[in-house]
Design a protein around this ligand. Structure first.
Ligand code: GDP
Length: 297
Protein backbone atom coordinates (compact mmCIF):
# COMPACT_ATOMS: atom_id res chain seq x y z
CA UNK A 1 0.00 0.00 0.00
CA UNK A 2 2.84 2.37 0.85
CA UNK A 3 4.28 2.05 -2.64
CA UNK A 4 0.95 2.73 -4.36
CA UNK A 5 0.36 5.65 -2.05
CA UNK A 6 3.78 7.09 -2.84
CA UNK A 7 3.33 6.63 -6.58
CA UNK A 8 0.00 8.47 -6.43
CA UNK A 9 1.48 11.53 -4.71
CA UNK A 10 0.80 13.88 -7.63
CA UNK A 11 -2.59 12.42 -8.44
CA UNK A 12 -3.52 12.74 -4.77
CA UNK A 13 -2.73 16.45 -4.98
CA UNK A 14 -5.35 16.96 -7.69
CA UNK A 15 -7.80 14.82 -5.73
CA UNK A 16 -7.13 17.06 -2.73
CA UNK A 17 -9.78 19.53 -3.86
CA UNK A 18 -12.36 16.76 -4.01
CA UNK A 19 -11.35 15.31 -0.65
CA UNK A 20 -11.54 18.76 1.01
CA UNK A 21 -14.99 19.29 -0.46
CA UNK A 22 -16.52 16.03 0.77
CA UNK A 23 -14.91 16.52 4.18
CA UNK A 24 -16.18 20.08 4.40
CA UNK A 25 -19.10 21.67 6.24
CA UNK A 26 -22.52 22.78 5.17
CA UNK A 27 -25.16 21.15 3.06
CA UNK A 28 -25.22 19.12 -0.10
CA UNK A 29 -26.81 21.87 -2.21
CA UNK A 30 -26.61 23.01 -5.80
CA UNK A 31 -23.37 24.82 -5.20
CA UNK A 32 -21.82 21.74 -3.59
CA UNK A 33 -22.83 19.59 -6.56
CA UNK A 34 -21.38 22.08 -9.06
CA UNK A 35 -18.13 22.11 -7.09
CA UNK A 36 -18.15 18.31 -6.93
CA UNK A 37 -18.52 18.11 -10.69
CA UNK A 38 -15.74 20.62 -11.27
CA UNK A 39 -13.32 18.90 -8.92
CA UNK A 40 -13.95 15.46 -10.38
CA UNK A 41 -13.22 16.87 -13.84
CA UNK A 42 -10.05 18.51 -12.58
CA UNK A 43 -8.96 15.13 -11.29
CA UNK A 44 -9.29 13.68 -14.82
CA UNK A 45 -12.10 11.33 -13.84
CA UNK A 46 -13.75 11.99 -17.21
CA UNK A 47 -17.19 12.81 -18.62
CA UNK A 48 -19.67 9.99 -18.09
CA UNK A 49 -18.14 8.89 -14.80
CA UNK A 50 -18.37 12.42 -13.39
CA UNK A 51 -22.02 12.79 -14.37
CA UNK A 52 -22.92 9.46 -12.77
CA UNK A 53 -21.22 10.23 -9.48
CA UNK A 54 -22.72 13.73 -9.21
CA UNK A 55 -26.17 12.41 -10.00
CA UNK A 56 -25.97 9.64 -7.41
CA UNK A 57 -24.71 11.99 -4.71
CA UNK A 58 -27.58 14.32 -5.52
CA UNK A 59 -30.15 11.54 -5.27
CA UNK A 60 -28.88 10.26 -1.95
CA UNK A 61 -27.85 13.43 -0.14
CA UNK A 62 -29.55 16.54 -1.54
CA UNK A 63 -30.31 19.08 1.24
CA UNK A 64 -28.63 16.88 3.84
CA UNK A 65 -25.68 17.91 5.97
CA UNK A 66 -22.23 16.96 4.68
CA UNK A 67 -21.12 14.13 6.94
CA UNK A 68 -18.63 11.28 6.73
CA UNK A 69 -21.30 9.37 4.88
CA UNK A 70 -20.88 11.60 1.83
CA UNK A 71 -17.18 10.86 1.71
CA UNK A 72 -17.77 7.13 2.07
CA UNK A 73 -20.41 7.27 -0.64
CA UNK A 74 -18.12 9.08 -3.09
CA UNK A 75 -15.33 6.59 -2.37
CA UNK A 76 -17.71 3.73 -2.96
CA UNK A 77 -18.82 5.22 -6.28
CA UNK A 78 -15.20 5.62 -7.36
CA UNK A 79 -14.38 2.04 -6.34
CA UNK A 80 -17.31 0.77 -8.37
CA UNK A 81 -16.00 2.54 -11.45
CA UNK A 82 -12.81 0.55 -11.28
CA UNK A 83 -12.49 -2.99 -12.54
CA UNK A 84 -12.85 -5.85 -10.09
CA UNK A 85 -9.58 -7.10 -8.63
CA UNK A 86 -7.74 -9.64 -10.81
CA UNK A 87 -4.97 -12.12 -10.11
CA UNK A 88 -2.91 -10.52 -12.86
CA UNK A 89 -2.25 -12.90 -15.73
CA UNK A 90 -4.79 -15.63 -16.49
CA UNK A 91 -2.74 -18.78 -17.09
CA UNK A 92 -3.53 -21.57 -19.53
CA UNK A 93 -5.06 -24.69 -18.00
CA UNK A 94 -2.29 -26.74 -19.54
CA UNK A 95 0.61 -26.03 -21.88
CA UNK A 96 2.26 -22.66 -22.37
CA UNK A 97 0.49 -19.40 -21.60
CA UNK A 98 0.87 -16.81 -24.35
CA UNK A 99 0.67 -13.12 -23.49
CA UNK A 100 0.62 -10.61 -26.33
CA UNK A 101 1.61 -7.07 -25.45
CA UNK A 102 0.46 -4.10 -27.52
CA UNK A 103 0.84 -0.36 -27.15
CA UNK A 104 2.25 2.71 -28.86
CA UNK A 105 5.96 3.53 -28.73
CA UNK A 106 6.94 5.32 -25.58
CA UNK A 107 4.02 3.97 -23.56
CA UNK A 108 6.37 1.81 -21.50
CA UNK A 109 5.76 -1.41 -23.41
CA UNK A 110 9.32 -2.77 -23.32
CA UNK A 111 9.80 -1.92 -19.67
CA UNK A 112 6.45 -3.51 -18.78
CA UNK A 113 7.41 -6.71 -20.63
CA UNK A 114 10.65 -6.83 -18.66
CA UNK A 115 8.82 -6.25 -15.37
CA UNK A 116 6.22 -8.89 -16.17
CA UNK A 117 8.83 -11.43 -17.31
CA UNK A 118 10.79 -10.84 -14.12
CA UNK A 119 7.67 -11.11 -11.99
CA UNK A 120 6.64 -14.42 -13.59
CA UNK A 121 10.17 -15.78 -13.35
CA UNK A 122 10.19 -15.01 -9.63
CA UNK A 123 6.94 -17.01 -9.42
CA UNK A 124 8.95 -19.97 -10.71
CA UNK A 125 7.76 -19.85 -14.31
CA UNK A 126 10.00 -20.64 -17.27
CA UNK A 127 9.62 -17.52 -19.40
CA UNK A 128 10.45 -16.73 -23.02
CA UNK A 129 9.96 -13.41 -24.79
CA UNK A 130 9.45 -12.93 -28.52
CA UNK A 131 10.83 -9.71 -30.02
CA UNK A 132 8.18 -9.11 -32.67
CA UNK A 133 8.61 -5.33 -32.78
CA UNK A 134 11.08 -5.87 -35.63
CA UNK A 135 10.29 -2.47 -37.14
CA UNK A 136 12.21 -0.68 -34.44
CA UNK A 137 15.82 -1.83 -33.95
CA UNK A 138 15.99 -0.24 -30.52
CA UNK A 139 13.06 -2.31 -29.32
CA UNK A 140 14.82 -5.60 -30.09
CA UNK A 141 18.03 -4.30 -28.52
CA UNK A 142 16.27 -3.13 -25.38
CA UNK A 143 14.40 -6.38 -25.00
CA UNK A 144 17.66 -8.32 -25.45
CA UNK A 145 19.34 -6.30 -22.71
CA UNK A 146 16.42 -6.80 -20.36
CA UNK A 147 16.12 -10.53 -21.03
CA UNK A 148 19.83 -11.04 -20.34
CA UNK A 149 19.58 -9.06 -17.14
CA UNK A 150 16.55 -10.99 -15.93
CA UNK A 151 17.75 -14.33 -17.20
CA UNK A 152 14.91 -15.25 -19.53
CA UNK A 153 15.07 -16.64 -23.07
CA UNK A 154 14.53 -14.35 -26.07
CA UNK A 155 13.54 -15.25 -29.64
CA UNK A 156 14.47 -12.58 -32.16
CA UNK A 157 15.52 -11.98 -35.70
CA UNK A 158 17.28 -9.21 -37.62
CA UNK A 159 15.68 -5.83 -37.82
CA UNK A 160 13.09 -5.59 -40.56
CA UNK A 161 12.46 -9.33 -40.66
CA UNK A 162 8.91 -10.63 -40.61
CA UNK A 163 7.45 -10.35 -37.10
CA UNK A 164 5.06 -13.18 -37.88
CA UNK A 165 8.03 -15.46 -38.51
CA UNK A 166 9.51 -14.50 -35.15
CA UNK A 167 6.17 -15.25 -33.47
CA UNK A 168 6.07 -18.60 -35.23
CA UNK A 169 9.61 -19.54 -34.16
CA UNK A 170 8.89 -18.47 -30.59
CA UNK A 171 5.80 -20.68 -30.41
CA UNK A 172 7.79 -23.63 -31.74
CA UNK A 173 10.49 -23.06 -29.17
CA UNK A 174 8.20 -22.78 -26.14
CA UNK A 175 6.41 -25.95 -27.18
CA UNK A 176 9.60 -27.91 -27.81
CA UNK A 177 11.34 -26.77 -24.64
CA UNK A 178 8.32 -26.73 -22.37
CA UNK A 179 8.25 -23.10 -21.39
CA UNK A 180 5.43 -21.96 -19.09
CA UNK A 181 4.99 -18.48 -20.52
CA UNK A 182 5.63 -16.74 -23.82
CA UNK A 183 5.44 -12.93 -23.82
CA UNK A 184 5.11 -11.51 -27.32
CA UNK A 185 6.19 -7.92 -27.94
CA UNK A 186 4.49 -6.26 -30.91
CA UNK A 187 5.11 -3.13 -32.96
CA UNK A 188 4.14 0.21 -31.47
CA UNK A 189 4.16 2.10 -34.74
CA UNK A 190 4.41 1.21 -38.42
CA UNK A 191 4.16 3.12 -41.71
CA UNK A 192 0.43 3.43 -41.28
CA UNK A 193 -2.17 2.67 -38.67
CA UNK A 194 -3.80 0.07 -40.94
CA UNK A 195 -0.47 -1.65 -41.46
CA UNK A 196 0.05 -1.79 -37.70
CA UNK A 197 -3.38 -3.23 -37.02
CA UNK A 198 -2.95 -5.86 -39.75
CA UNK A 199 0.33 -6.93 -38.26
CA UNK A 200 -1.22 -7.34 -34.83
CA UNK A 201 -3.99 -9.44 -36.31
CA UNK A 202 -1.45 -11.59 -38.12
CA UNK A 203 0.62 -12.27 -35.01
CA UNK A 204 -2.60 -13.02 -33.16
CA UNK A 205 -3.60 -15.58 -35.81
CA UNK A 206 -0.21 -17.26 -35.76
CA UNK A 207 -0.07 -17.81 -32.00
CA UNK A 208 -3.69 -18.95 -32.12
CA UNK A 209 -2.80 -21.55 -34.71
CA UNK A 210 0.36 -22.71 -32.98
CA UNK A 211 -0.82 -23.01 -29.40
CA UNK A 212 -4.31 -24.08 -28.29
CA UNK A 213 -6.22 -21.31 -26.51
CA UNK A 214 -3.54 -18.71 -27.29
CA UNK A 215 -3.21 -15.83 -26.84
CA UNK A 216 -4.43 -16.23 -23.28
CA UNK A 217 -3.96 -12.55 -22.65
CA UNK A 218 -3.68 -9.52 -24.91
CA UNK A 219 -2.53 -6.72 -22.66
CA UNK A 220 -2.54 -3.16 -23.87
CA UNK A 221 0.04 -0.84 -22.37
CA UNK A 222 -1.25 2.69 -21.76
CA UNK A 223 0.70 5.67 -20.49
CA UNK A 224 -1.24 7.36 -17.68
CA UNK A 225 0.56 10.67 -18.26
CA UNK A 226 -1.33 11.06 -21.56
CA UNK A 227 -4.61 11.28 -19.65
CA UNK A 228 -7.81 10.89 -21.67
CA UNK A 229 -5.68 10.29 -24.81
CA UNK A 230 -4.75 6.91 -23.42
CA UNK A 231 -8.40 5.91 -23.61
CA UNK A 232 -8.71 7.07 -27.23
CA UNK A 233 -5.63 5.02 -28.09
CA UNK A 234 -7.05 1.94 -26.45
CA UNK A 235 -10.22 2.31 -28.50
CA UNK A 236 -8.10 2.29 -31.68
CA UNK A 237 -6.21 -0.86 -30.69
CA UNK A 238 -9.36 -2.68 -29.67
CA UNK A 239 -10.60 -2.40 -33.23
CA UNK A 240 -8.03 -4.91 -34.49
CA UNK A 241 -7.44 -7.35 -31.65
CA UNK A 242 -9.59 -8.13 -28.69
CA UNK A 243 -7.65 -6.99 -25.66
CA UNK A 244 -8.10 -8.74 -22.32
CA UNK A 245 -6.66 -6.12 -20.01
CA UNK A 246 -4.64 -2.98 -19.48
CA UNK A 247 -1.24 -2.25 -18.04
CA UNK A 248 -1.40 1.39 -16.95
CA UNK A 249 2.13 2.77 -16.73
CA UNK A 250 3.89 5.81 -15.25
CA UNK A 251 1.38 6.44 -12.51
CA UNK A 252 4.29 7.52 -10.33
CA UNK A 253 5.13 10.53 -12.47
CA UNK A 254 1.70 11.92 -13.17
CA UNK A 255 -1.17 13.90 -11.71
CA UNK A 256 -3.50 12.17 -14.17
CA UNK A 257 -4.08 8.94 -12.26
CA UNK A 258 -7.80 9.80 -12.30
CA UNK A 259 -7.88 8.58 -15.89
CA UNK A 260 -8.16 5.05 -14.51
CA UNK A 261 -11.80 5.73 -13.56
CA UNK A 262 -12.88 6.00 -17.20
CA UNK A 263 -11.13 2.85 -18.43
CA UNK A 264 -13.69 0.26 -17.38
CA UNK A 265 -16.75 2.24 -18.44
CA UNK A 266 -15.29 3.37 -21.77
CA UNK A 267 -13.36 0.24 -22.72
CA UNK A 268 -14.93 -2.51 -20.65
CA UNK A 269 -11.44 -3.78 -19.88
CA UNK A 270 -9.90 -4.49 -16.50
CA UNK A 271 -6.70 -2.77 -15.45
CA UNK A 272 -4.57 -5.76 -14.53
CA UNK A 273 -1.27 -4.11 -13.66
CA UNK A 274 -0.05 -0.65 -12.82
CA UNK A 275 3.45 0.67 -13.47
CA UNK A 276 4.74 2.67 -10.53
CA UNK A 277 8.37 3.30 -11.46
CA UNK A 278 11.20 2.40 -13.80
CA UNK A 279 12.62 -0.52 -11.81
CA UNK A 280 11.98 -4.21 -12.41
CA UNK A 281 9.80 -4.58 -9.34
CA UNK A 282 7.72 -1.49 -10.09
CA UNK A 283 4.79 -3.39 -11.56
CA UNK A 284 1.89 -4.12 -9.23
CA UNK A 285 -1.24 -6.15 -9.68
CA UNK A 286 -3.95 -3.49 -9.66
CA UNK A 287 -5.96 -3.33 -6.45
CA UNK A 288 -8.98 -0.98 -6.76
CA UNK A 289 -9.61 -0.66 -3.01
CA UNK A 290 -6.05 0.35 -2.32
CA UNK A 291 -6.11 2.79 -5.20
CA UNK A 292 -9.12 4.72 -3.93
CA UNK A 293 -7.92 4.54 -0.34
CA UNK A 294 -4.56 5.98 -1.39
CA UNK A 295 -6.25 8.94 -3.12
CA UNK A 296 -8.20 9.80 0.04
CA UNK A 297 -5.29 9.36 2.47
P1 GDP B 1 8.19 1.63 -25.23
O1 GDP B 1 8.66 2.55 -26.31
O2 GDP B 1 6.70 1.62 -25.13
O3 GDP B 1 8.75 0.27 -25.30
O4 GDP B 1 8.63 2.31 -23.87
P2 GDP B 1 9.80 1.95 -22.85
O5 GDP B 1 9.50 0.70 -22.14
O6 GDP B 1 11.11 2.06 -23.53
O7 GDP B 1 9.60 3.15 -21.81
C1 GDP B 1 9.73 4.51 -22.15
C2 GDP B 1 10.22 5.27 -20.92
O8 GDP B 1 9.23 5.21 -19.90
C3 GDP B 1 11.49 4.65 -20.31
O9 GDP B 1 12.32 5.71 -19.91
C4 GDP B 1 10.96 3.88 -19.10
O10 GDP B 1 11.91 3.78 -18.08
C5 GDP B 1 9.79 4.74 -18.69
N1 GDP B 1 8.76 3.98 -17.95
C6 GDP B 1 8.12 2.85 -18.31
N2 GDP B 1 7.22 2.48 -17.38
C7 GDP B 1 7.30 3.39 -16.37
C8 GDP B 1 6.62 3.58 -15.11
O11 GDP B 1 5.73 2.81 -14.69
N3 GDP B 1 7.01 4.66 -14.38
C9 GDP B 1 7.97 5.54 -14.81
N4 GDP B 1 8.27 6.56 -14.03
N5 GDP B 1 8.60 5.40 -15.97
C10 GDP B 1 8.29 4.34 -16.75
Amino acid sequence: FKKVKKSLTRTREVFGGLVDLVRGRGKVDKQFLTELEKRLYLADVGGAAVATIVDRVKQSFIDKEITGEVEEFVKKQLREMLSAPTQGVQFAGSGPTVIMIAGVNGSGKTTSIAKLANNLKLQGKKVCVAACDTFRAAAVEQLTIWSERIGVEIVKNQQGSDPAAVAHDACERVKAREFDVLIVDTAGRLHTQTHLMRELEKIHRIVQKQIPGAPHEVLLVLDATTGQNAIAQAEEFSKSVKCTGIILTKLDGTAKGGVIFGIKSKLGLPVKYIGVGEGLDDLDIFNPDEYVAALFE
